[in-house]
Every structure is written in C-alpha cells, then in structure tokens.
Design a protein around this ligand. Structure first.
Ligand SMILES: Nc1ncnc2c1ncn2[C@@H]1O[C@H](COP(=O)(O)OP(=O)(O)OP(=O)(O)O)[C@@H](O)[C@H]1O
Ligand SMILES: [Mg+2]
Length: 250
C-alpha cells in the first residue's frame, strides 16, 4: 500500500511522489532514485539534467510507465501508474504518452508516413488528417514521406520520430537525449520543433539531456544528482545551466 501522497499541483501533467528505484539486491544494489518528489507542469517544456548515472533515464522511464518503481507513486494526469496492471500500462503508454529516443527507433521496413502513423494503427484509431498534415508541414517532411528511414538523414529521421510521438496528441512527450546523435544544426531544428509543440500546440514535453544549449530550449530545468533532486532553474540559459552543472561536478 502507498503512504499518503503530499498534495500535487493540479496543473501537473506528470509527477513523482517519494519515488524510489533500487536495481539489484544486497551489497551490489544501486539506489538509482532516492525519494524523488517532483511535479512537471502541463503545457511546459521541462529538461532533466544531471551527471551520468544520476538517475535521469530511470526517472523518465518510471514517469513514462516504461519501468516500475520500487516504492512511491507516479501520477500521470489523474492516473496513479503504480495501481495499473501491465495490460493497462501498455494501453496508457500507447494512448497517453509519446517517446523520442536518442537512436530514433524507427521501423526500417516502413516509410516515413507509415512510421508516423504507426501509433494510430496500433491503437486502431483513424488519423486526424489536419493534425497529421500540420505536423508533416511544420517538420518539413512533406517530400520525404514515401522514403524509408535508411534513405533519410539523421535529422530527418529524428523529425519523423518526433511526428510519431506527437501524432496521438499524448498527455506527455518524453525524449531521452533526442539530439544526442545529431549535429548542432539539425539538433537545433528538432529542439525548436519540440519548443514550438509546447508553445503552439500546448504539448507537454519532458526531455533528458546532457547539453546546456539543448536544456536552454526548455522552460525549466530539473537537476538530479545521486538519484536525488539537486535543484532547478526557471527560464534556463546555456550559461545558467552550465554553471549549475559545474556545481554538481558534471
Ligand atoms: N538495469 C539496471 N540494472 C542495474 N543498475 C542500473 C540499471 N539501469 C541503471 N542502473 C544504475 O542506476 C543508476 C542511474 O542510471 P540512469 O541510467 O538512470 O542514469 P542517467 O542519469 O540516465 O545516466 P546517463 O547520463 O549516463 O545516461 C546508475 O548508477 C546505473 O548504473
Ligand atoms: Mg541516461
């Protein structure tokens, strides 16, 4: 059973309450998350930063229902993920969450268009033509839709992955190092689009990154160190992020 949760901001899209994640057992166990309580606001772009091994990916995976915590709660909208069965979690991930990974993770045999529409196919939902068209247009993918991932540049592949993450209009888009494999110019295009999806479409975006410039596209940076919250920065700039990271020894 869960301890009584502290009040969480009603505007929050996703929050962690006293979240603990321990990998392994006994002497070799790792406490990847050590009592993290954090609330990420709806309609905001939040970056999660911290030294390597500080628990960023673990936190994101728990918030997104990709991994289960050892104790504590994850609230996505009004849903407590810890109370869901595996089957319910699968449906929730498919319908209410979007993902962008460092390695794009597109289906190699499908065209760009088929990749973008895949989450809707899996859910058996008909595409909203206007929404798909506007995503494709804003992401500059119109003339690449019939191509397979191998025929696209890294930046184009990542833009397809972003379109795929947004196509269901999920409650939250989670991105783990989305620009880690891109050069700075194509990375900037992807970051700019993620920010526009927040400003123009009201999307909620949560992004893990090592890059202070990438983090400066966010509205807020949440800092982790040793599995604990280590501060936050509102309206970050590359400089404020860099000095905060230096203080954490990253
Ligand atoms: N599956 C696992 N089994 C055991 N330990 C793990 C596992 N996944 C992560 N860890 C450990 O948990 C801690 C947090 O890992 P996590 O991947 O969340 O860090 P991170 O902040 O994302 O790091 P990076 O910046 O290098 O991606 C690390 O000490 C890591 O070694
Ligand atoms: Mg990581």
């Amino acid at each position: 059973m869960h301890a009584a949760a502290p009040p969480v901001n009603v505007q929050s899209a996703v929050s962690a309450v006293n979240l603990v994640k321990v990998y392994g057992q006994g002497a070799t166990s790792v406490r990847a998350l050590d009592n993290v309580t954090v609330s990420l606001e709806a309609g905001q772009f939040t970056a999660i930063m911290g030294p390597s091994g500080s628990g960023k990916s673990t936190l994101m995976h728990c918030l997104a229902g990709l991994d289960s915590a050892t104790s504590g709660d994850v609230l996505l909208g009004g849903t407590n993920l810890t109370e869901l069965s595996d089957k319910q979690l699968t449906v929730l991930r498919r319908e209410r969450v979007g993902f962008v990974f460092q390695s794009f993770n597109l289906m190699p045999t499908l065209t760009a268009r088929q990749n973008i529409l895949l989450p809707l196919d899996l859910a058996g939902t008909r595409p909203d033509r206007q929404w798909v068209d506007s995503l494709v247009e804003v992401l500059g993918l119109a003339d690449r839709l019939a191509h397979r991932p191998a025929e696209l540049s890294g930046g184009q592949q990542q833009r397809v992955a972003v379109a795929r993450a947004l196509v269901t209009r999920p409650d939250v888009v989670f991105a783990d190092e989305p620009t880690g494999n891109l050069d700075s110019r194509t990375g900037a295009e992807v970051l700019d689009f993620l920010r526009r999806s927040v400003r123009e479409f009201g999307q909620t975006v949560v992004m893990v990154t090592h890059d202070p410039v990438a983090a400066s596209y966010a509205d807020r940076v949440v800092l982790l160190a040793d599995g604990r919250l280590a501060g936050e920065i509102q309206q970050p700039t590359p400089d404020t992020v860099l000095s905060a990271m230096r203080e954490l020894g990253a």
